[in-house]
Design a protein around this ligand. Sequence first.
Ligand SMILES: *Cc1c(COP(=O)(O)O)cnc(C)c1O
Length: 395
Amino acid sequence: MQIDPRDVELCLDDEFESAASSRPTSAPIVQTSLFSFPTLEELIEALGSESGRHVYTRGQNPTVEVLETKLAALERGESCKAFASGMAAISAVLFGVLEAGDHVVFLNRIYGPTLQLARQLQRFGVEHDVVVGEAGDNPSAEPRIESLEAAIRPETRLIWVESPGTMLFHVVDLAAVVEVARRHGVLTAIDNTWATPLLQKPLPLGFDLSMHTATKYLGGHSDVVAGAVVGSRDLMEQIFRRAFLLLGGILAPWDAWLILRGLRTLPARLREHEASALAVASMLSEHPAVASVHHPGLVEDLTVRGVTDQQMTGYSGVFSFELKDVTWESTCRVVNALRHFRIGVSWGGVESLVIAPKPKNRPGALPPGLIRLSVGLEGADVLADDLRGALAGLE
Ligand SMILES: *Cc1c(COP(=O)(O)O)cnc(C)c1O
């Protein structure tokens, strides 16, 4: 794993203005709904440029602003808005950039509720297509880029990517997506939650927007729900005016502070998550009861390896594997036998988690026998032993 030393410094230090010569090491929590002004003229003037001013906490708040400044810097972007959840961030992007009649292409396996939201947008005249590889495919960037090109219509306004993707963790060639998008004059946005801004920076590669669920690794302790979007000043101003301020899914100052606290240990946590997850994934890839392991670090295809090494500087701790015995009973038996992985949704906290999707019998569904792990900080040996124990008797 390679983390830019500048990013470590950004994570550790809260930048905020302090009148005193000494300053606290963590940002103050400014728990206020509004800010009063010395004169009416100054208030009216501030209301004219609300995205950059402290007027009302539904628009901007100093604690939240410390977080937004930090996330923008980590993504090497100009501007960031923080949200009450990842879904609030996704909603604001779609609501902020799309018009009735527009079309969106979703590329790769996408977080389920994102697609559910896209289906709601059909009521407002926004259409979409989803471009994925076949379930269980080897992760492969090139064919999907061709399918992406084929899915673009004259009305396509936005390409929304998740890489590595949900559940199967396929990697998409981000530079190739940008090339296609620019040729067609289409905006690009990525759900960058898996890699965090420390391990993948889509904006310097040409992406217009990078979105995060701060609920996962950025918060890192399974105690707060939050989201963020980073992009150019102009695009973020559009999202601020057309969506952020009006949808109202804002991050509370307390919750922004919790994310700031989480960020301080993000570089250290990621190193541990990566090492443990790679060790556990390698063990599983050699286990006789396991058919395949979906971890971007274990992909052997040279083209995909090249793309991965080009655009990511390390791996987080979430991956999946497929059992050879694909019955739902066996999947449940393995999951229920685990002692150190808690059974639950979400991921990216210090505790290890496990979940398995109930198999669906329809085209493009996830493969049966699939189990997703979020490898926490309990230590690779403990977790590998736990999995060996749960898999015993299945081979
Ligand atoms: C959890 C998740 C989301 C949604 O984030 P919330 O904070 O739960 O709203 C979006 N994308 C991905 C990849 C996620 O894992």
